[in-house]
Design a protein around this ligand. Structure first.
Ligand SMILES: NC(=O)c1ccc[n+]([C@@H]2O[C@H](COP(=O)([O-])OP(=O)(O)OC[C@H]3O[C@@H](n4cnc5c(N)ncnc54)[C@H](O)[C@@H]3O)[C@@H](O)[C@H]2O)c1
Ligand SMILES: [Zn+2]
Length: 406
């Protein structure tokens, strides 16, 4: 089974990646945690319904005293009020300093349960069992926890590493299609940043990946985790190196904010951001057209993306206002060749404006679909294809621009 070590202070930990791992979670944790400890599984209703009982019976089978503590679903629940409500519940249930909190869910559950674990009784044991692609390849690795404020995303949080991360790619089979693909862009990002083999896998085995072939998923997730683990191990608290993980995020975050977090999932905004970074790299002479073409095709062939209907000037203005919060510099992560990126801080405004214009052109009239970048006939209204629950939650979001990347 692939096991990846994340080398951080004061204690390194491992991410285990294996199909079917959820049913073995009890025995794995039995070896790591003292069985006397009580286990509290924080999760959301859609995940509890599909995967909760599997985890609970595995834990009970290994002799753990288990309690499921549900929280509301969606980004809207990622706020301090949820931490307080959960903490009160924990106290009522008698959770003490020996308690272990397990996050079973996507990035929202991981961020909330992680923050809670870091402050409840001044810190209790924490385990991540991520259930979205995004959480498996990104959010569960690296120790960032957090909640949002009205003033911006992830403005209150801690660095708090879990004891272990248990990744079972099989749980992805119940993930809504759009959420699934949005997470894949973050995995593809890892290939572009520093893993040529991973990128090639996306080029060569795309159909199997999109069909959620468990063997394919296990492999690409393990490779993505490995890359993130290497970067985090080298730069635990986000100095310079960890910045490379923000490929596609500079413009991606601006697109999300400019569309009020309603039109695009995070991964979709990152997909467009990677195409923009690609165009910028080409226009400032940092990469060649063959590399840029391969990256664009790899991104666009993963599926439909929402239309980019924003003003390039407004995107530029957002980047410039972010600049104030980042010591006066906007850092772009630009691809150089497949598996190599560089941090560039002197990108001319004209290149940014052109790159956003190009996104508008590429996506005009509908969603972009397919390798040849032909435009899908469907009109933007087809965005309502996203699950009604998700869209309801997302349309209720009212954050101002993020002040720093998540
Ligand atoms: N801590 C970090 O380093 C980090 C990194 C990246 C993103 N994040 C955060 O992660 C969050 C986004 O995470 P996300 O994309 O996983 O969204 P999410 O947690 O909201 O999950 C998306 C949806 O999928 C559902 N779901 C989850 N797993 C499922 C499954 N197996 N089957 C069926 N439905 C399932 C959830 O209930 C939810 O409705 C953001 O808040 C972001 O800020 C954190
Ligand atoms: Zn991201």
């Amino acid at each position: 089974m692939p096991q990846v070590t994340i080398h951080v202070q004061p204690r390194p930990y491992q991410a285990w990646i294996e199909n079917g791992l959820l049913t073995r979670a009890g025995s794995v944790l039995g070896d790591l945690l003292t069985r006397a400890s009580r286990v509290f599984v924080v999760t959301v209703p859609p995940v509890r319904k599909r995967w909760g009982s599997k985890l609970v019976s595995s834990l009970k089978g290994a002799g753990f005293d288990v309690q499921v503590v549900p929280m509301p679903d969606g980004e809207i629940a990622k706020r301090l009020a949820t931490i307080e409500t959960l903490a009160e519940k924990f106290a009522r249930l008698g959770a003490d300093r020996k308690a272990t909190i397990i996050a079973l869910g996507g990035g929202v559950v991981g961020d909330v349960a992680g923050l809670l674990a870091s402050v409840y009784m001044r810190g209790v044991e924490f385990v991540q069992i991520p259930t979205t692609v995004l959480a498996q390849v990104d959010a569960s690795i690296g120790g960032k926890t957090g909640v949002n404020l009205v003033a911006g995303k992830n403005l209150v949080g801690t660095f708090y590493h879990p004891r272990v991360v248990l990744i079972d790619p099989k749980v992805l089979k119940t993930l809504p299609d759009r959420e699934f693909r949005a997470g894949l862009y973050e995995a593809l990002k890892c290939g572009i940043i520093g893993n040529v083999e991973l990128f090639l896998r996306f080029e060569q085995n795309r159909a199997r990946i999109l069909k959620r072939d468990p063997v394919e998923l296990e492999w690409i997730i393990a490779q993505s985790v490995k890359l993130k683990a290497e970067v985090v191990s080298a730069d635990e608290r986000e100095g310079g190196l960890r910045r490379v993980l923000n490929l596609g995020h500079t413009i991606g975050h601006a697109l999300e904010a400019e569309t009020n977090y309603r039109r695009m999932l995070h991964g979709e905004a990152v997909a467009w951001g990677m195409i923009a970074a690609n165009n910028i790299a080409l226009s400032v002479g940092r990469t060649d057209s063959v590399t840029a073409g391969r990256i664009a095709d790899a991104v666009l062939s993963l599926g439909r993306l929402p239309e980019v209907n924003v003003s390039p000037r407004k995107i530029l203005a957002r980047l410039q206002s972010d600049k104030k919060t980042q010591n006066g510099v906007v850092h772009f992560i630009l691809p150089r060749e497949i598996g190599k990126v560089e941090v560039v801080s002197d990108v001319p405004d004209s290149a940014v404006l052109d790159s956003v214009d190009e996104l508008r052109r590429l996506s005009r009239g509908g969603w972009v679909w397919g390798k040849q970048r032909r435009i899908c006939r469907k009109q933007p209204s087809s965005i309502s294809a996203e699950s009604s629950a998700t869209s309801k939650v997302r349309t209720r979001l009212k954050y101002k621009e993020p002040l720093r990347p998540s």
